[in-house]
Each structure stands twice: as structure tokens, then as C-alpha cells.
Design a protein around this ligand. Structure first.
Ligand code: C5P
Length: 234
């Protein structure tokens, strides 16, 4: 069985997906973390690939996904990509980078990497392979629309942007990150815009997804609501 949970940053997807997976004894796959791993790899390679400049260019103009140099650089990165996920820890080239991929520099660049077609093809393929013969809960932006359009249950979580920014801000402050609420808010709004307007698999609610607004709800309330929907389905 596949449960797809989509929605924008800070809507509660990963917290709720993780809890549900524990309770239902499902495997959990955080697909956003996979895009973050590729972004970290791309940033690490910036000297040899001169990628940082390209990433900035990419975010400044709209239709340059076809830019030959960027695509060639990304193809090399994707060919040599060595990512792994074990017990909700994320590994790049066999190094545990679970904390590093949550840093603001990754959040600032990830949506520009995630809009590249070649990146999406590679990661969607890995996500499907990972989910073979398992009961899996996946969270992301395109799970119910592209990765698993036949998922048995599709949930679309959303929440007010400032509320989402406050949630992220609290998480980052707990990790001693030097950030302001305003920076986080701007990043969330910017990512929403890039993710929902990109050409490849934009962030949209699947027609058959159940939408839940989590702005004024606790994690427990949202989890219970999803469990109820699931019970009615089985
Ligand atoms: O979920 P998280 O906020 O960690 O995702 C980081 C970024 O990865 C998103 O803003 C989006 O650009 C990209 N993403 C995506 N498709 C997914 C999951 C994440 O494009 N399925």
C-alpha cells in the first residue's frame, strides 16, 4: 500500500508521515531529503563544476532549464550520485549528512535544483524502486500526481505561510541555526512559488487527494484525521 502526503514546506508533512509510519508499521520515505542530498552534492562540487554561478543564474531567469552547461553538470552529478537512507538518516557518498541537508543554504538552493527535469527523473526512479514490495508512506510535492498517481491514499496538507515559517523557525533555532523568522518566511514563500510554477511536476493537489489545512491543528489532530480517512478506505 502506498500513502502519498504532499504539500508545501512546513505544512507538517514529514512530522505526520513519520508518526503515521511508526503506528502503521510502514516504511517512510522523505523525498524532499533526496532533493536536498542532490543539492548538497551540487554545492560541494561547485569548484570543479562552477555550479554555484549556474544555480544563481538559474534562479534569476525563468526558462533556462535547457541551459546546456547546467544540464551537463547535473548529469555528471547524477551519474555519480551515491545516496542512501537508513533509519531516517541520510547519507551522501557514505557520509551521514542528515543535519547538513537541513541548513538554510540547502533550503535556499533546493527548489532550483528540483526543477531540473533530469534531477526529477533520476529521483522519481529511485523513489519508485525504493517503494517496491513495501507498505510505504512518502511525502513530497508530486507523490500523488507523478510518482504514485495510483496511491491508495492521497493527502494534501497546507497551512498559512507565516504559520509554516514559525514552525520551521522553531526547528532551526533548536538546532542553533543563526536565522531570523523573516528570512525563513521569505524562503518558504520563494520555494512555494518556484515549486508550484515549475514546468516539471509542479506542486499541485492531486484531484483525488484529501486536503487538510493544518494551520490551527495539532500534529495529533491531523494524524487522527488521516487515520480516520484511512479506516474508511480499508
Ligand atoms: O520537503 P522539503 O521542504 O525538505 O523539500 C525540499 C524541496 O525539495 C522542496 O522545496 C522542493 O523544491 C523539492 N521537492 C520536490 N519534490 C518532492 C519533494 C521535494 O520538488 N517530491
Amino acid at each position: 500500500m502506498i500513502i502519498a502526503i504532499d504539500g508545501p514546506a512546513g505544512s507538517g508533512k514529514s512530522t505526520i508521515a513519520k508518526k503515521l509510519a511508526e503506528e502503521l508499521d510502514f516504511v517512510y520515505l522523505d523525498t524532499g531529503a533526496m532533493y536536498r542530498l542532490v543539492t548538497l552534492k551540487a554545492l560541494n562540487e561547485k569548484v570543479s563544476f562552477n555550479l554555484l554561478k549556474n544555480i544563481i543564474n538559474l534562479s534569476e531567469s525563468k526558462n533556462n532549464n535547457s541551459d546546456f552547461e547546467i544540464i551537463q553538470n547535473m548529469k555528471k552529478i547524477l551519474e555519480n550520485l551515491n545516496i542512501d537512507i537508513k533509519k531516517n538518516r541520510f547519507f551522501l557518498d557514505e557520509i551521514d549528512v542528515s543535519d547538513e541537508i537541513r541548513k538554510p543554504v540547502i533550503s535556499e538552493n533546493v527548489s532550483n535544483i528540483a526543477k531540473i527535469k533530469e534531477v526529477r527523473e533520476k529521483l522519481v526512479d529511485l523513489q519508485r524502486k525504493f517503494s517496491k514490495s513495501e507498505n510505504v508512506i512518502l511525502d513530497g510535492r508530486d507523490i500523488g500526481t507523478v510518482v504514485f498517481p495510483n496511491a491508495e491514499l492521497k493527502i494534501f496538507l497546507m497551512a498559512d505561510a507565516m504559520e509554516r515559517a514559525k514552525r520551521r523557525y522553531k526547528e532551526l533555532v533548536l538546532k542553533n541555526e543563526d536565522v531570523t523568522l523573516d528570512e525563513i518566511y521569505k524562503n518558504i514563500v520563494e520555494r512555494d512559488k518556484i515549486d508550484s510554477t515549475r514546468k516539471e511536476s509542479p506542486l499541485v493537489k492531486a484531484q483525488d487527494a484529501v486536503e487538510i489545512d493544518t494551520t490551527f491543528k495539532t500534529i495529533e489532530e491531523v494524524k487522527e484525521e488521516i487515520e480516520k480517512i484511512l479506516k474508511n478506505k480499508i
